[in-house]
Design a protein around this ligand. Structure first.
Ligand code: SF4
Length: 232
C-alpha cells in the first residue's frame, strides 16, 4: 500500500471499542508464527520480504532454512548473489531476494550493520515500501506507527468507512486513519498491528468476509449492515 499523502483524520468514535475487541480476539486466536516470536530486526525484515508476495504457510517452510544459511545481515551481505538466489529458490519473485541482498550490503556499509528503526529511514532502503517500513519499525522496534498492507486496508475500509467492494479509497486517508488508531504504547501498537493484519487474513477476507464469526462485528459499519444470517 502506497502512502500518497497524510491528511489528518479524527479518531473514530468506535475506535476504542474496536481496539478492545480486536486485542481480546488476538489473545485467543492468533497463530503462532516464527516471526512473531522475535524482535530481532533482521529476522523481522526477512519475514516481511518473504511475506510480500508469498503465503504464510510457504514462508513458514522457507524462513528457517534461509535464516540457517544467512543468520544475520553480515552473512547475507557477504554472500554471493547465486547463494542468495539458491536460498530463495521456491519462493519466487526473485527481485525480493536481490533487494534484500542489496539492502544487507547497504546497511552493513552505511549503518554499521544495524537496521534503522524509524520508518523514514527504513523506506530509503532497497525493496522497502511504506508498509514494510512501518512493519519493521513496529514489529522489530515496537514503534507506535501504522503499517497498512492490503489486509489492513480492507479491514479499515469495511470497518470504519463502510466500503465493502472495489471502490477506490485514497491510500493517504487509510494511512491517516491507521495512524489515528494505532496505540501510543509500542507494545500495544505491536499487538494492534499484528491483530488487525490477522483479522484481515483470517476473518475479514477479501472475497467473503466472515462477519458472523467476526469479533468486531458489533462496531463494524459493514458487518452491522449485513444480514445476520449471512455466512459469507
Ligand atoms: S464484521 Fe465483517 S466486514 Fe466488518 S471487520 Fe468483521 S468480517 Fe470485516
Amino acid at each position: 500500500m502506497g502512502r500518497t499523502s497524510t491528511p489528518r483524520v479524527r479518531k473514530p468514535a468506535n475506535a476504542q471499542a474496536f481496539t478492545r475487541k480486536l486485542l481480546a480476539w488476538w489473545a485467543r486466536a492468533a497463530r503462532d508464527l516464527p516471526w512473531r516470536r522475535t524482535r530481532d530486526p533482521y529476522r523481522v525484515l526477512v519475514s516481511e520480504f518473504m511475506l510480500q508476495q508469498t503465503q504464510v504457510s510457504r514462508v513458514a517452510e522457507y524462513y528457517p532454512r534461509f535464516l540457517e544459511r544467512f543468520p544475520d545481515l553480515d552473512s547475507l551481505a557477504r554472500a554471493r548473489p547465486r547463494a542468495v538466489r539458491e536460498a530463495w529458490d521456491g519462493l519466487g519473485y526473485y527481485a525480493r531476494a536481490r533487494n534484500l541482498h542489496s539492502l544487507a550490503k547497504d546497511v552493513t556499509r552505511r549503518h554499521d550493520a544495524t537496521l534503522p528503526s524509524e520508518p523514514d529511514e527504513l523506506i530509503k532502503l532497497p525493496g522497502v515500501g511504506p508498509y514494510t517500513a512501518g512493519a519493521v519499525a513496529s514489529f522489530a522496534y515496537e514503534k507506535p506507527v501504522p503499517a497498512v498492507d492490503t489486509n489492513v486496508a480492507r479491514v479499515l475500509r469495511r470497518m470504519f468507512l463502510g466500503i465493502n467492494g472495489k471502490r477506490k479509497t485514497d491510500d493517504g486517508r487509510l494511512w491517516a486513519l491507521a495512524a489515528a488508531l494505532v496505540p501510543k504504547s509500542g507494545k500495544r501498537a505491536w499487538k494492534f498491528n499484528q491483530a488487525i493484519m490477522e483479522l484481515g487474513a483470517l476473518i475479514c477476507v477479501a472475497r467473503k468476509p466472515r462477519c458472523p464469526q467476526c469479533p468486531v462485528r458489533p462496531v463494524c459499519r459493514t458487518g452491522k449492515a449485513r444480514r445476520t444470517d449471512a455466512t459469507g
